[in-house]
Design a protein around this ligand. Structure first.
Ligand code: DWN
Length: 407
C-alpha cells in the first residue's frame, strides 16, 4: 500500500516497524511444514491526512480468513457475557420484535446472534470463514458464507431492511473499507442503526498494545479516522461508548445522515480525547516506538533470568496477538515449553514462527510450569480465575502488556 485505504493520501509516516512475521492465525500442524517458512512484513503507517493507522503491505483476505480459520468467538465466557448484555440492551433500545431483522457481519460461530434468536428477533449472519459459519448454521443461525460488501448488500435488498446491523471486531479486518461501508449504507433501514465495536487505537498507543498489530488487522481505528469515511457514504456517528473488551474498545452507533437520529455529545468528547494521542504527533509515535523496544528487552531478559534459574516456563492463550509478541521478541520453544489453549482446533498445532506447541489445559497439571506468560492478557481475569489451584501451588503469572510484570 502506498496510499491510505480511506482517503488515498500518500503514506509516509511509520508508526512502528515490527520486521516480518508469519500469519498469526494460520497455525502450523508440524514444525517441518512449508507454511512455517512464510513471513510477511509487519509495518504500521499513519496517514498524515486522515490519521488512519494501517499496514503498509496488504495480504489477500482469502489467505487470512480461510475455511479453517481458528478463532472461535465462543471460547471466552466473558466475551459471551458481553454479547448477551449488548443484545438485552439493543432489544430494549430499538424495541426489537419478531417482525424485525438483525444482521451481523463477521458473525463467526453465531456467538452473538444466538441471543437475538432467543429473543425471537429474526437474524442473519454473514461470515466468510466456512468452518465457523457452519458452526453457526448448525445452531440454526441463518448464515451467508461470503465477504460482505456492496455485492452482498445488493443481494439482500429484496429482504426487509434490517433495523440493526452489527460489525464487531471486523472493521480492522477489511482491506477495502469503501466497498464495506458503502455496503452498510445500502443495507441499513432509513431509521436503522449500525453498531461497530473495535479495539481503540488510543489504547494501543497508550498501553503498548503493539501485539494487536498483525496481518489480519489491516487498520487500527479511531473516531477521528472513521468520521470522514462515514460521511462519504452519508452516514453519521451519533454516539460513542467505551468498552473494556480487547484491552479497551469503542462501540460506535451510526445512522443515515438524513435519519431522525441526533448526534450525542459523546462524539465530540471522544474527538477531543483522541486529539491528545494523535498518531501523527511526533512525540506520541516516538515514545511508542521507544516503549516497545524497552518492553522487548524486559521480556526477553525476564524469561532468560527464569531459564537461568531452572524455572519451567509456559504460556497461556494461543491468541493471534501472542504470535506477534513472540516473533517480534524472538522468543521460541527454547524459552517457552508449550502454550495452553482451550480451543481444541488449536491444540496439536504449533504457533507459527516461534514453533511453540499448543496443548490442552491438562498439561498445566501433568507438566506444571513455574512461570506462565499470559498471551491473551485481555482475558487475564477470566484466565486467572481458572488457575487458582496452580497459583496456590506457586506458579507465577507474567504478562508483557502494557508492561512486563508479574500479577
Ligand atoms: O480481531 C480479532 C480479535 C477480536 O480476536 C481477531 N483477529 C482474532 C482474535 O484475536 P486473539 O486471537 O488475540 O483473541 P483472544 O480473544 O485474545 O484469544 C484468546 C485465546 O485464548 C483464544 O484462543 C481462546 C483462548 N482462551 C483459553 O484458552 N482459555 C481464552 C480464555 C478466556 C480461556 O480461559
Amino acid at each position: 500500500m502506498v496510499s491510505c485505504r480511506s482517503c488515498r493520501s500518500e503514506l509516509k509516516l511509520t508508526l512502528i516497524d515490527l520486521g516480518s512475521s508469519p500469519i498469526a492465525n494460520n497455525l502450523i500442524p508440524s514444525t517441518q511444514s512449508m507454511e512455517e517458512m512464510s513471513c510477511f512484513p509487519l509495518c504500521a503507517k499513519t496517514c498524515e491526512n486522515c490519521s488512519l493507522v494501517q499496514l503498509s503491505e496488504e495480504l489477500p483476505r482469502e489467505t487470512l480468513f480461510r475455511s479453517d480459520y481458528v478463532y472461535h468467538s465462543s471460547y471466552s465466557s466473558s466475551w459471551l457475557e458481553h454479547s448477551r448484555s449488548y443484545v438485552t440492551k439493543m432489544v430494549k433500545f430499538l424495541n426489537l420484535s419478531e417482525n424485525d431483522l438483525v444482521v451481523e457481519v463477521a458473525s463467526n460461530d453465531g456467538y452473538l446472534l444466538q441471543f437475538f434468536a432467543d429473543s425471537k428477533v429474526q437474524v442473519l449472519g454473514i461470515e466468510p470463514a466456512a468452518g465457523v459459519a457452519n458452526l453457526a448454521i448448525a445452531k440454526n443461525i441463518p448464515t451467508m458464507i461470503e465477504f460482505f460488501g456492496v455485492t452482498t448488500a445488493k443481494k439482500l435488498t429484496k429482504n426487509p431492511k434490517p433495523k440493526l446491523i452489527i460489525g464487531n471486531n471486523v472493521l480492522a479486518h477489511v482491506p477495502d473499507l469503501h466497498d464495506f461501508i458503502e455496503g452498510f449504507s445500502i443495507l441499513v433501514a432509513d431509521e436503522g442503526i449500525i453498531t461497530f465495536e473495535f479495539p481503540h487505537l488510543l489504547n494501543l498507543l497508550k498501553n503498548n498494545q503493539f501485539d494487536t498489530i498483525y496481518h489480519e488487522h489491516y487498520s487500527y481505528l479511531s473516531v477521528t479516522a472513521l468520521l470522514p469515511l462515514m460521511a462519504r457514504y452519508k452516514l453519521k456517528i451519533i454516539n460513542v461508548e467505551k468498552l473494556p473488551t480487547h484491552g479497551g474498545s469503542l462501540r460506535v452507533f451510526i445512522a443515515k445522515n438524513e435519519s431522525n437520529w441526533a448526534t450525542d455529545r459523546s462524539v465530540q468528547i471522544m474527538l477531543k480525547e483522541e486529539a491528545q494521542y494523535d498518531p501523527r504527533n511526533k512525540k506520541i509515535y516516538e515514545s511508542f516506538q521507544k516503549n516497545i523496544l524497552n518492553l522487548k528487552s524486559n521480556l526477553v531478559n525476564e524469561l532468560l533470568r527464569g531459564k537461568e534459574s531452572k524455572k519451567r516456563i509456559a504460556a497461556y492463550g494461543a491468541a493471534a496477538k501472542g504470535v506477534t509478541l513472540l516473533n517480534y521478541c524472538g522468543i521460541k520453544s527454547d524459552l517457552i515449553d508449550y502454550v495452553v489453549d482451550l480451543n481444541p482446533n488449536k491444540q496439536g498445532n504449533f504457533l507459527p514462527g516461534c514453533q511453540i506447541p499448543i496443548v490442552g489445559s491438562d498439561t498445566l497439571v501433568t507438566n506444571p510450569p513455574d512461570i506462565l506468560l499470559i498471551l491473551a492478557w485481555n482475558l487475564s481475569n477470566e484466565i486467572k480465575s481458572q488457575l487458582l489451584n496452580q497459583l496456590n501451588g506457586g506458579m507465577k503469572m507474567l504478562r508483557a502488556i502494557p508492561n512486563v510484570e508479574y500479577f
